[in-house]
Design a protein around this ligand. Structure first.
Ligand SMILES: NCc1[nH]cc(CCC(=O)O)c1CC(=O)O
Length: 291
């Protein structure tokens, strides 16, 4: 193989992440790379809640298709946007070292400091539920679009504050925007802060080239967090927060959609933790995770 084609979405963040993979491949192998931008349904529809436009696989479907039909050799993803259940013909070939996993609050010095009844822009069911759990007085307004779009909406006064992943802000050279929310206040989305590269399962040549980029501790943590999602029958639109550490411990919290209830726990085994959480969850939460 003399050139590797990297498929990516076209958002500024996706392009930076694809550039990170390209740079790592060039450094490791001196191999030629070509970045191929694939437009996804999620990119095309910016003005409606994700659940309304079919919900599932909005960011990955077109990349999967391009990968499976051989238009690209691998696909670069924010792992938190990758569907829980993947086609057997596609494998995670490598996960880059994880960045700061936390969310950042932009618009106020802390969640507690938001004025009574403040509006917070987010389209994430997890962030919405976590915010309402802490501050039932808040009004959550839909904020979609890429990081710059959301910051522009905030600047235009469409909300008093918003939450964004620290990892994305840092990759877009805005590491100091807002304040980090500590993990004991708000756990992140499963796989937040991790960039993964998928390849065709039967393409051993590409998989071997990519394996060199893999960060084993990050890979183990992301797989543990994804195993928890699988055991919960959950996906990236579910109100679930989870974080594994390299020691093997997973911390997780499930929320009712309106933040009226939550259940938290920790453990080493994703399936056992999922059962434990669901066993202790009220109906308002358990109904969201029905098989
Ligand atoms: N759903 C959008 C998305 N997917 C990944 C990131 C951030 C980068 C990462 O978590 O690796 C973001 C933006 C955000 O949540 O602020």
């Amino acid at each position: 193989m003399n050139k590797i084609r990297l498929g990516t979405r076209g958002s500024p963040l996706a392009l930076v992440q694809a550039g990170m993979v390209r740079d790592a491949l060039v450094a490791a192998h001196g191999i030629q790379t070509e970045i191929v931008i694939i437009r996804t349904t999620g990119d095309a529809v910016q003005d409606r809640p994700l659940a309304e436009i079919g919900g599932k696989a909005l960011w990955t479907k077109e990349l999967d298709r391009a990968l499976l039909c051989g238009d690209i050799d691998c696909a670069v993803h924010s792992m938190k946007d990758v569907e829980t259940i993947r086609p057997p013909a596609i494998s995670i070939a490598a996960i880059l070292p994880r960045a700061d996993v936390r969310d950042r609050l932009i618009g106020a010095p802390s969640i507690a400091a938001l004025p009574h009844g403040a509006t917070v822009g987010t389209s994430s069911p997890r962030r919405r539920a976590q915010l309402l759990r802490l501050r039932p007085d808040l009004t959550i307004v839909m904020f979609r679009g890429n990081v710059d779009t959301r910051l522009a909406k905030l600047a235009a006064g469409e909300a008093d504050a918003t939450l964004l992943a620290a990892a994305g802000l840092a990759r877009l050279d805005r590491p100091d925007v807002g304040v980090a929310i500590e993990l004991d206040v708000m756990l992140p989305a499963p796989a937040q802060g991790a960039v993964g590269i998928e390849a065709r399962s039967d393409d051993s040549e590409t998989r071997a080239l990519l394996a060199v980029l893999d960060d084993a501790p990050t890979h183990r943590c992301v797989l543990a967090e994804r195993a928890l999602l699988a055991a919960l029958h959950a996906d990236c639109h579910s109100p679930v927060a989870a974080l594994a550490t390299d020691g093997g411990a997973i911390r997780a919290e499930l929320f009712a959609e309106d933040g009226s209830a939550s259940v938290a726990g920790s453990g080493d085994d994703p399936a056992a933790l999922a059962s434990d959480l669901l066993a202790r969850a009220p109906d308002s939460i358990r109904k969201l995770f029905a098989a």
